[in-house]
Design a protein around this ligand. Structure first.
Ligand code: FPP
Length: 249
């Protein structure tokens, strides 16, 4: 892993800087299968997945990606066994504790998206601490979707806008795409250009439903803990071969 990082510290020469996606989103799937294939408990897959995420964040900084959004915990993930849910919450908290210093130094702007009020209090506190400490940072915008669901995000935007209509602040005819987007968790960030999903599954799984209207999707069979710089390089190469038309011919 370390050798690989040094080898690929700079943007690989076959990638064109001007054609890099500005915003990369990731569905980090396959932690359970990775652990199972090694005879380990599922949680060990999540632990390894957290290390993969650290490496990807560093890689995005090194290669000049402007925004990284990852799906850490969906609104449906509460249905998993309680020990696994608790482990994931503790893992995210520990990740923030361990990484905050470096994120501050590296000018990372960290954000969380989802229904944060339903998360354990100790995690909410860590989230406030890290978002507060990095809010003025101007480097990569790193968003962690936690207790996030795309439909829920759209509904909460509808509720917020309806309230403004009711209070006479907006007229229904003024509700444009821009107004709507300003009420999503991703307000102010360009839509993802590229969504990567690991472990071969071909679904959006309720992630960034509005924002992915025109985003490119890249699926790899690699399980999330195995997604290293070489895999990311392959995803970016594939992206650079695509012709993005946005509905035009
Ligand atoms: C899906 O794999 C993965 C998750 C539900 C959790 C993703 C979380 C991490 C990678 C932990 C690190 C996150 C942070 C922010 C520190 P799965 O368990 O569904 O895999 P499977 O489909 O093989 O069972």
């Amino acid at each position: 892993m370390i050798t690989q990082q040094t080898e690929l510290q700079y943007l690989p020469p076959d990638l064109k800087r001007e054609l890099l996606p500005q915003h990369v989103a990731v569905i980090m799937d396959g932690n359970g299968r990775w652990a199972k294939s090694r005879g380990l408990p599922r949680i060990m897959g999540h632990k390894a997945g957290a290390d993969t995420l650290k490496n990807l964040l560093r890689c995005c900084e090194d290669w000049g990606i402007q925004a990284l959004t990852v799906y850490a915990f969906s609104t449906e993930n509460w249905k998993r066994p309680r020990e696994e849910v608790n482990f994931l919450m503790a893992l995210i908290r520990r990740f923030l504790r361990q990484e905050l210093k470096e994120m501050v130094q590296k000018n990372v702007h960290i954000e969380f998206m989802g229904v944060l009020s339903e998360l354990p209090l100790s995690l909410q506190q860590e989230i406030s601490r890290s978002t507060e400490a990095t809010r003025h940072n101007t480097g990569i915008r790193f968003s962690i979707a936690t207790n996030y669901g795309g439909r829920q995000e759209i509904l909460q935007a509808c509720r917020a806008i309806s309230q403004k209509v009711q209070n006479g602040l907006i007229k229904p005819e003024d509700i444009s795409e821009e107004v709507f987007e300003a009420h999503l968790y991703t307000a102010g960030v360009a839509d993802p250009d590229l969504l990567i999903r690991t472990s071969g599954e071909m679904r959006l799984s309720n992630f960034l439903l509005w924002q992915m209207a025109y985003g490119e999707i890249y699926i790899t069979d690699a399980l999330w803990p195995d997604f290293d710089r070489n895999e990311f390089h392959r995803a970016l190469s594939a992206y650079q071969q695509r012709e993005r038309r946005f509905g035009k011919v």
